[in-house]
Design a protein. Structure first.
Lengths: 64, 183
C-alpha cells in the first residue's frame, strides 16, 4: 500500500522552515537597496542565460 | 523525491520570496505581486516582449511535462497582471548545487519591477536550494554587465564552481538545530 503525500502539509512545513531561516541573525536578504539599484542599472533585460541565437542584437521584433 | 513533494517545495519557495520582499517594505504594492509557475498565460505575454534575447522560454512548457525536469523550479513573476519576469533553475544531477539557467525581466524599462526581478528570482531559488538541502546557488551564464549586482547579493566567483552563493552563510546555530529537528 502506498502512502499519498499530503502536499498541503509538506508546503506548510516547508514554509515554516523558511520562515525560521529568514528570522535568523545571519540571514542575508536579497532585497538590499544597493543590489536592487545595481540590477536596475543593467541596461539589458537579461541577468542570466545564453541566447539560443543572438543574430542581430538590434532585432526587437516580438517573439511570435 | 516524489513529485508532490517537489511541487510543494517549489510553491513554498515562490511564496516565501514574495514574503521576503514584503518584509523589506519596499516601494510597491504587495497585493499586486505574485510568483507562479510558468504557464501558457506567461508564454503568451512573453511572446509580445520586444527583447533581443532568445532564451526559448516556450520550451519550459514542454520541459515541465518531462520527468527529467521534475526537480527544476520555474518562476513567473506577475505584477498587476503584467508578466514582469521569468526564471528557470535546476539542480540537474547535482547533490550540492542548484543552477540558475535563465533570468529575464520584461524589457519595458518603465515597469516598477525592473530592479526586483533578479532578487525575487534568486530568493525563490535560494529557498528551493535550502529545502533540498543543497550548498550553492550557481549562476550558469551570468550576463557580464550584471556581475557587480550579483556580487552585491553575496555571490562570489568560486574556483571549480563558478559565480555562486554559499547557502551555508545563512545558517546560524539555531537554524542548524531547527533543520536537524526537521529530519
Amino acid at each position: 500500500m502506498t502512502t499519498k503525500v499530503n502536499s498541503t502539509n509538506v508546503k506548510a512545513a516547508a514554509r515554516a522552515k523558511l520562515e525560521r531561516l529568514q528570522r535568523s541573525s545571519k540571514f542575508h536578504s536579497f532585497f538590499d537597496v544597493a543590489a536592487i539599484e545595481a540590477f536596475s542599472k543593467v541596461e539589458g533585460s537579461a541577468f542570466a542565460g545564453k541566447s539560443l541565437k543572438r543574430g542581430k542584437t538590434d532585432d526587437m521584433s516580438p517573439r511570435c | 523525491m516524489e513529485l508532490e513533494i517537489l511541487r510543494a517545495y517549489q510553491q513554498a519557495s515562490r511564496e516565501m520570496a514574495v514574503e521576503e520582499m514584503a518584509a523589506r517594505a519596499l516601494n510597491y504594492d504587495p497585493a499586486l505581486l505574485t510568483l507562479r509557475e510558468i504557464d501558457d498565460e506567461a508564454i503568451e505575454q512573453y511572446e509580445g516582449w520586444l527583447t533581443p534575447y532568445d532564451f526559448g522560454w516556450e520550451r519550459v512548457l514542454t520541459w515541465k511535462r518531462k520527468p527529467a525536469h521534475n526537480n527544476a523550479i520555474d518562476v513567473a513573476i506577475w505584477y498587476d497582471d503584467t508578466l514582469a519576469g521569468m526564471c528557470w533553475a535546476s539542480p540537474k544531477d547535482s547533490h550540492e548545487k542548484v543552477f540558475v539557467l535563465y533570468i529575464e525581466r520584461n524589457p519595458d524599462d518603465a515597469l516598477l519591477t525592473r530592479g526586483y526581478i533578479a532578487p525575487l528570482s534568486l530568493s525563490a531559488v535560494r529557498n528551493y536550494g535550502l529545502l533540498l538541502e543543497l550548498t550553492y546557488v550557481v549562476i550558469d551564464d551570468p550576463i557580464p554587465e550584471a556581475r557587480d549586482a550579483y556580487y552585491r547579493e553575496g555571490f562570489t566567483q568560486l574556483a571549480g564552481i563558478g559565480l555562486a552563493y554559499d547557502l551555508r552563510q545563512d545558517y546560524d546555530g539555531l537554524n542548524e538545530e531547527v533543520f536537524e529537528n526537521d529530519h
